[in-house]
Design a protein. Sequence first.
Length: 371
Amino acid sequence: MSPHLAHEVRALRTIVWRGQCELDVASAARSLAAGDLVAFPTETVYGLGADARSASAVRAIFAAKGRPSDNPLIVHVASLHSLTRFGFAGRLPLPAQKLARTFWPGPLTLVLPLASADALAPGVTAGLSTVGVRVPRHPVAAALLAAADVPVAAPSANRSGRPSPTSAAHVLADLDGRVAGLLDAGESAPIAVGLESTVVDATREDRLTVLRPGAVSRRQLEDAAGVPVVEGSGRVSVRQTPPAPGMKYRHYAPVAPLRVVPRGEVRREVDLECSRGSVGVLADSALCAELQGEPGVVVVPCGVRGDPSSSARELYAALRAFDGEGVAAGMQSEPVRVIIAAALDESDDGIAAAFMNRLRKAASGGDLPAS
Ligand code: TXA
Ligand code: MG
């Protein structure tokens, strides 16, 4: 980013609107339709929205986030009907139609054939012949999209290289002063999922490819679409073009190195590490309660044992806490030398598998091209 641009994005003051207030949602929608950047809650994570047809608004997303320009954005629309009306996606292949009918609104992004490159700002698709589309379920996102009546390009509302935001406080920590406004979900409509949507390549009639695991599992996709579902989010060789361009970028990792171990081995690992300095523990609340108070141990509870959805919801806040965020919310902020994280049983290939995918990325620091 040029120093001039950096100055420009900081010159703004971010307005915080209340997601529950109709007038505030209308103000946010007007701002969005006028070409401003507006962060808003979805059921997965907060998104940083801009009118997907405005080249300058879309450029501003990349500038505010510090995001590489060859990583395409997901376009958010209010319904399948409005997707058809906007006309930027081609005719949906049959499996895509079935998925849209089953999972929209919801935490599923469909990569679809792009009908016309002119219908969207060039930065949205990064030169691909496909476009990622999602109809979010969160009531505030739904109200905003309906009121703005524009296709909304929105990556997660974090600075590039930071964890996705799951609260308005996270968005402000990363983007205050860099975006026009933020719609706060507030207490009454919290984020339900907490991890980014499942991204599926649905451009073919005969099969689907999962590009990023999320709350909608491979088995659910197969059941709904009636075609084979292959996993495309495995490791990609550095020379190969990754199917989801975002997969090749360095992923967020906390400042302290993070190691994932089976739950039953956390205590032993902590005992071993404690002799060398302070140790962070990221685990369910019961295990954290057992370890809390031991000398040199800093616990950050993440969900309830046996409820992987609760762990998924709290993962990004827990990772941010280890980097010193969330002091006001009473979350731990002492620096630690190493973090020991408890693995979840991921055999269900749903939310627990998505949680483990993100945890492993945080552990590898994104040095691996993908996974
Ligand atoms: O839950 C979510 O998906 C959130 C909320 C805000 O909707 N959004 C989100 O966006 O996570 P972002 O930009 O952080 O991640 C989008 C991912 C990237 O890995 C990108 O490469 C991939 O989707 N993607 C977008 N368009 C694509 C396309 N046409 N083909 C393949 N991958 C695509
Ligand atoms: Mg992101």
